[in-house]
Design a protein around this ligand. Structure first.
Ligand SMILES: NC(=O)c1ccc[n+]([C@@H]2O[C@H](COP(=O)([O-])OP(=O)(O)OC[C@H]3O[C@@H](n4cnc5c(N)ncnc54)[C@H](OP(=O)(O)O)[C@@H]3O)[C@@H](O)[C@H]2O)c1
Length: 254
């Protein structure tokens, strides 16, 4: 294996890769030799922009992970290209605040349908295409290790994702498939505006909080999380299985 190109000739799927951590990860897989990178998202325009950033060997598939038929269609599309997968990065996720006492059922469903059901059925559906010795990385969150205010649904959904990594590492041992979770800390992506509805002032306040609370003293950039994802998915992590890797600037470690 060429250490500069650890994903040489590999075929990768990154769900939710039209922006943020998913897009940065797709770019990093590409830069490290991937043969083809499949990326997904719900918004066709955003996805097309991401494909144009990635170049000709990226394939964008509009697929909502909360919709099992669309995940099946994703599988069909990959199979029709004649591809199997070496890596699945189940990254697609949403974040909304919820206040205990006034949370509506639709809020519960929207978080769990994407973050838990979506991750479960993405992996289960795509599993037949995943090669022996392949690799799964799940995007969890440090939120599951904290008791952050007004984030109970999001945090619980990510606790489920972390748990999947443990169980599936065991379930898939016969196929030599490793399964790990990445737990990003606060990372500057569009989820802050689009999901958490934060304005510039609130983002600045969050930054100021992190300057004190996290040894890194700042938010992460998406490419810093992508680097940790690539480590988990690479042969360099060949004896790393079932873990949660916190890439959080130390926020949850002190
Ligand atoms: N940013 C952080 O601080 C942070 C921290 C810890 C964990 N995470 C996790 O990191 C992951 C990526 O988030 P991000 O911060 O990079 O945010 P982002 O920039 O908003 O990216 C989310 C991506 O997921 C896609 N997506 C959302 N719902 C989807 C669905 N139902 N089906 C398919 N694609 C879907 C979005 O595209 P469409 O909207 O077009 O579908 C987008 O491409 C999430 O799982 C998030 O929980 C983020």
């Amino acid at each position: 294996m060429n250490s500069a190109q650890p994903f040489h000739n590999k075929t990768i799927l990154v769900t939710g890769a039209s922006s943020g951590i998913g897009l940065a990860s797709a770019q990093a897989f590409w830069a490290h030799g991937a043969k083809r990178v499949y990326i997904t998202g719900r918004d066709a325009n955003k996805l097309a922009s991401a494909v144009s950033v990635l170049g000709q060997n990226a394939v964008g598939v509009v697929a909502d992970v909360a919709d099992l038929a669309q995940i099946e269609q994703l599988k069909t599309t990959i199979a029709e290209h004649g591809d199997t997968l070496d890596v699945i990065f189940a990254n697609a996720g949403v974040a909304h605040n919820n206040s205990l006492g006034t949370t509506h059922e639709t809020s519960f469903n929207s978080i769990f349908d994407t973050n838990v059901r979506g991750v479960f059925f993405t992996v289960q559906t795509l599993l037949p295409l995943l090669n022996h010795g392949g690799n799964i990385v799940l995007n969890a969150s440090v939120a599951a290790q904290k008791g952050m205010p007004n984030l109970s649904l999001y945090s619980a959904s990510k606790a489920a994702v972390r748990s999947f990594a443990r169980s599936w590492a065991n379930d898939l041992k016969g196929r030599k498939i490793r399964v790990n979770a990445i737990s990003p800390g606060v990372t500057r992506t569009p989820i802050m505006e689009n999901g958490l509805k934060m304005n510039d002032e609130q983002i600045a306040q969050f930054s100021a909080y992190l300057a004190d609370a996290a040894p890194a003293g700042r938010m992460a950039q998406p490419d810093e999380i992508a680097a940790a994802v690539l480590f988990l998915a690479s042969a360099a992590a060949s004896y790393v299985n079932g873990i949660e890797l916190s890439a959080d600037g130390g926020l949850t470690q002190i």
